[in-house]
Write a new protein. Structure first.
Length: 156
């Protein structure tokens, strides 16, 4: 019982993340990101005087056929006005060795966090949304198990 209480206390202590405002993932049931799948994430900004870091996350397996992933993102406000849109590129595997990057806690699955935009200032409080689209050469990206976003306060 004592070990259980110590373990639970440690979990609570390490799970606190003061800078996180929003974090959500979308799992792909086919263990692949289809071109028509465009995950949409809505989050609220309460303090517009603060700057924020926005990230996208990817969980992949060794089945992913490329070293790099291309993702289009769109950031919009509550009126659906587009604030930012860009194509992002990130490496999931080393180009020369083929060794996977990212954190692995479950065998051949790897978690990544890539910046969308850092130190971003929202003009007003309210609801915002980010939509992600895969933009690789194939309509079906095997080995992409989930994607998500994270919004956190920027450390100035």
């Amino acid at each position: 019982m004592r070990r259980f209480l110590v373990l639970m206390s440690l979990l609570v202590l390490f799970s606190c993340d003061q800078s996180r405002i929003y974090e959500q993932q979308v799992d792909f049931s086919e263990k692949a990101w289809l071109v028509q799948d465009k995950p949409h994430f809505e989050f609220e900004i309460k303090d517009h005087t603060q700057n924020y870091n926005l990230y996208y996350t990817v969980r992949n397996s060794l089945d992913f056929p490329f070293s790099r992933i291309f993702v289009n993102y769109t950031l919009a406000d509550s009126t659906d006005s587009q604030l930012r849109k860009d194509l992002l590129s990130a490496y999931l595997f080393d180009q020369k060795s083929g060794e996977p990057f990212g954190n692995s806690s479950i065998g051949d699955l790897f978690d990544h966090r890539f910046p969308i935009v850092t130190n971003y200032h929202f003009d007003k409080p309210g609801m915002y949304a980010i939509t992600l689209e895969q933009f690789n050469r194939l309509d079906t990206l095997k080995g992409i198990l989930s994607v998500g976003i994270r919004v956190e306060t920027a450390n100035n």
